[in-house]
Design a protein around this ligand. Structure first.
Ligand code: NAI
Length: 434
């Protein structure tokens, strides 16, 4: 079906509210606003037709309007069925931007929405750039619309899970475009994944459950960037956190931070709250559900819902399922209740509004720089996965300092020479880990 649908959102009358929140968010997104200032006149994205598939939130609206200010045409879908903020989508639609996203869509609608973003306007011009979060748009183009690949200059990918898929494709020889891994900019994964989740995880659990968090016990599965932020989010709220890991380095890090580190099967019996952050499959399974305490709250903050075996719950205890409210469901397993949030999909976007604007400005400034680079210079890149150069990573950080009153010292030439870096940066070697 290639008939033209100009946009599809839940309720266009929410546009005015969305616009007011977009204006507030702009004040918290100094990196994106600085790019508008720097590139608004030269329009480096002129001619780019960017199809984006990334949680359609207020923050994403500021990203979309930045890409347009820089000269691009943009179409948009959300990369999760629950993550759209309907007022944000409405504001984008009302601004005349083709957006296909609403909170609580079906899987079929999800695919339909992505499909709508592949062709632009009534002339049905195909996309020539991909901006993705998790790889569903990339997979659709590569696997279902391979005839479009030749016309596309490159793709940028937002998250750990999507980046895994790209490296896998590179290994298998099925990566058909140059790709920029935005996730592994330091100013993305060490900020959004960590400090973002530090704010948004507890926000989601509170909005969903109104549970008193202080004094409770939580298990956080995985202690990567998202796990670190998630564990700190809970412990700052007075929760006693137990971490589970398979990587000895991350396990040791968790222990050094003062967390207990146990096997998941052991820890899950004690937990009032269970959070998965691994980006891996099958973390919470049937036997774990059976071992849980009465009223345990179970959620996932990783990209895909396969961290929790929701199918097992539905197959065996679906008849006990009670919807408390949208994205909060109670199942009863042999007399004990389990509260599942967002059907096991990423909870901070399903039950709250995702990360705050300021941290998303860091991520999306990287996204925008990646799009500019690939649009202008794609012929310099092979069909491989690249990260942005360190001077751009430092630039992204620099653009966020003034807003929060950070004063930066400057090297003098003797100091710069002594530690062997240019006065203006970059300041660290590639292998430095932050
Ligand atoms: P990461 O690779 O830094 O961390 C994942 C950790 O899980 C690793 O330390 C790994 O050793 C551990 N792990 C893997 N299998 C495990 C198992 N069976 N048991 C215990 N630990 C296990 O990845 P990152 O950046 O923390 O991302 C995690 C997930 O969160 C990804 O799916 C990513 O796409 C997603 N994400 C979600 C965000 C959100 O706002 N909800 C924001 C950023 C990323």
């Amino acid at each position: 079906d290639t008939a033209y649908t100009p946009y599809k959102v839940k309720d266009i009358s929410l546009a005015e509210w969305g616009r007011k929140e977009i204006e507030l968010a702009e004040a918290e997104m100094p990196g994106l606003m600085a790019l508008r200032e720097e590139f608004g006149a030269s329009k480096p994205l002129k001619g780019a037709r960017i199809a984006g598939c990334l949680h359609m939130t207020i923050q994403t609206a500021v990203l979309i309007e930045t890409l347009i200010e820089l000269g691009a045409d943009v179409t948009w879908s959300s990369c999760n069925i629950f993550s759209t903020q309907d007022h944000a989508a409405a504001a984008i639609a009302a601004a005349g931007i083709p957006v296909y996203a609403w909170k609580g869509m079906s899987e079929d609608e999800f695919n339909w929405c992505i499909e709508q973003t592949l062709f632009f306007g009534e002339e049905r011009q195909p996309l020539n750039m991909i901006l993705d979060d998790g790889g569903d748009l990339t997979n659709m183009v590569f696997d279902k619309y391979p005839e479009l690949i030749d016309g596309i200059k490159g793709l940028s990918e937002e998250t750990t899970t999507g980046v895994h898929r790209l490296y896998e494709r590179m290994k298998n020889g099925t990566l058909h475009l140059p790709a920029i891994n935005v996730n592994d900019s330091v100013t993305k994964s060490k900020f959004d994944n960590k400090y973002g989740c530090r704010e948004s995880l507890v926000d989601a659990i509170r909005r969903a459950t109104d549970l008193m968090l202080a004094g409770k016990v939580a298990v956080v599965a995985g202690y990567g960037d998202v796990g670190k932020g998630s564990a700190e989010s809970l412990s700052s709220a007075g929760v006693r956190v137990i971490v589970t890991e398979i990587d000895p380095i991350c396990a040791l890090q968790a222990a050094m931070e003062g967390y207990e580190v146990k096997k998941f099967a052991t820890a899950v019996k004690e937990a009032d709250i269970v959070v998965t952050t691994t980006g891996n499959r099958d973390i919470v399974r049937g036997d774990h559900f059976k071992a849980m305490k009465d009223k345990a709250v179970v959620c996932n903050i990783g990209h895909f819902d396969n961290e929790i075996d929701v199918a097992w719950l539905n197959n065996n205890y679906g008849h006990t399922k009670v919807e408390i409210k949208p994205q909060v469901d109670k199942y009863t397993i042999d007399g004990k209740d389990v509260i599942l949030l967002a059907e096991g999909r990423l909870v901070n976007l399903g039950c709250a509004t995702g990360h705050p604007s300021f941290v998303m400005s860091n991520s999306f400034t990287n996204q925008t720089l990646a799009q500019i680079e690939l649009w202008a210079n794609s012929e310099n890149y092979e069909n491989k996965v690249y990260t942005l150069p360190k001077f751009l990573d430092e630039k992204v950080a620099r653009l966020h300092l003034a807003k929060i009153g950070v004063e930066l010292d400057t090297l003098d030439s003797h100091q710069a020479e002594y530690i062997g870096v240019p006065v203006e940066g970059p300041y660290k070697p590639e292998h430095y880990r932050y």
